[in-house]
Design a protein around this ligand. Structure first.
Ligand SMILES: [Fe+2]
Ligand SMILES: [Fe+2]
Length: 230
């Protein structure tokens, strides 16, 4: 419930009886039941039938929530890899594989589907933010990630490259969350964001998604070989 505390005061004050406000809170924060002992939720403790339906409804899907949670998973994996020593070759290799496995479909889908759709509706500043995001993807895919993969996992060079890799991803993800996602929240309806979420999940399981990610992986392998030979 990441947004609950921040928005509770604005949306559902003690004693308020607005169904629309409850719906907003449920949609925004994905809350399906009220926290215990919170006076501000008195309305939910004694709701109308409509409020019950809305408050207990399955939260809507939301592509921004999915992408943000994938960012957090990547951040956690980078925390783990940064905590390893040069002796942890196997663990580093395994963590790097998981990072790549999470990053490639995420980035590829953003580049091929999400960014273009957003760009169609964005104004100049929005288009600029999307151009920045594309370029950051490109820098990571072409330089940073091959550098990490070209380094032997039991060396300080690997540790340094992995740290930069994590910093780049964190920078990109944070900027994406504060600009691109904010823009998407303004330009797409909740129904559209839910459709994107369904489409993303289906794409990840599809043959075309697997092929697209496989092609990215192959490109990365070629770049890594180029770095290793340089
Ligand atoms: Fe991105
Ligand atoms: Fe992202």
């Amino acid at each position: 419930m990441p947004c609950f505390c921040r928005r509770l005061g604005n949306l559902v004050g003690p004693g308020e009886k607005s169904d629309a406000r409850v719906l907003n809170l449920v949609e925004h924060c994905g809350i399906s039941s009220p926290p215990r002992g919170n006076a501000a939720w008195n309305i939910v403790a004694a709701p109308t039938r409509r409020s019950i339906d809305m408050a207990t409804a399955t939260p809507k899907r939301d592509i921004l929530r999915t992408l943000r949670s994938e960012h957090d998973e990547l951040r956690a994996l980078f925390d783990q890899i940064n905590d390893t020593t040069d002796r942890a070759k196997k663990t580093r290799t395994e963590l790097l594989g998981r990072i790549e496995g999470g990053l490639l479909p995420h980035a590829k889908w953003e580049e091929d589907v999400f960014y273009p759709a957003l760009r169609e509706r964005a104004d100049r500043d929005g288009k600029k933010a999307i151009a920045e995001a594309y370029l950051e993807h490109h820098a990571v895919e072409s330089v940073v990630m091959p550098e990490v993969k070209a380094s032997a996992a039991d060396t300080p060079e690997f540790a340094g490259a992995a740290k930069v890799f994590g910093e780049q991803i964190d920078h990109h993800a944070s900027e994406e969350e504060s600009t691109v996602f904010k823009l998407a929240r303004e330009l797409f309806t909740p129904a559209e964001l839910a459709e994107f979420d369904e489409a993303y999940e289906a794409w990840k399981d599809s043959a075309s998604g697997t092929l697209a990610v496989g092609a990215e992986k192959l490109k990365g392998t070629v770049k890594t070989a180029g770095r290793a030979l340089a």
